[in-house]
Ligand binder design. Structure first.
Ligand SMILES: [Zn+2]
Length: 149
């Protein structure tokens, strides 16, 4: 989990990151600085976070938990995700292979994000929890989590 106190703690937004970019080494944090920032929260507001991302699609999965939950997911890299509230406001849930981690607000029960099983280094953000996103305008990508072994 990446917990930051403010923008000063973000690596790569300072000369080191720019230097790497000039050398042609891909730097997600430099790219993230140019991306739109969306603020997210659970229902009660105890869990707050931000993502720097172009929300150009959402994923709808048919696995046993996603079809019950109905979340619209967009995956982002570690450097595009910032947790703005204390980690202890979150509970976790693991099932089956226990590779995915679902994070819930302990107060209101909303899942604002998760670590997906097929890419546990990414954050799978529940786009329904983000402010200022037109949910009806985003292309939907259907994924078949139910077919994972
Ligand atoms: Zn909450």
């Amino acid at each position: 989990m990446c917990v930051r106190s403010g923008p000063g703690a973000i690596p790569g937004r300072f000369p080191l990151g720019r230097g790497r970019a000039r050398l042609g080494v891909r730097s997600f944090s430099v790219e993230a600085a140019r991306l739109p920032r969306y603020l997210g929260s659970c229902h009660c507001g105890k869990v707050r976070f931000a993502v720097d991302a172009e929300i150009d699609h959402v994923r709808v999965c048919d696995c046993s938990i996603c079809r019950r939950r109905g979340a619209l997911i967009h995956r982002v890299e570690e450097g595009q995700f910032e947790l703005l509230s204390p980690l202890d406001e979150l509970a976790t849930y693991r099932f089956n292979t226990r590779q995915a981690t679902d994070y819930f607000c302990t107060h209101c029960g909303i899942l604002p994000f998760r670590r997906p099983r097929t890419a546990p280094h990414l954050w799978a953000v529940n786009v329904r929890c983000l402010e200022g996103v037109d949910l009806d305008a985003i292309p939907v990508e259907h994924v078949s989590g139910s077919r994972l072994p």
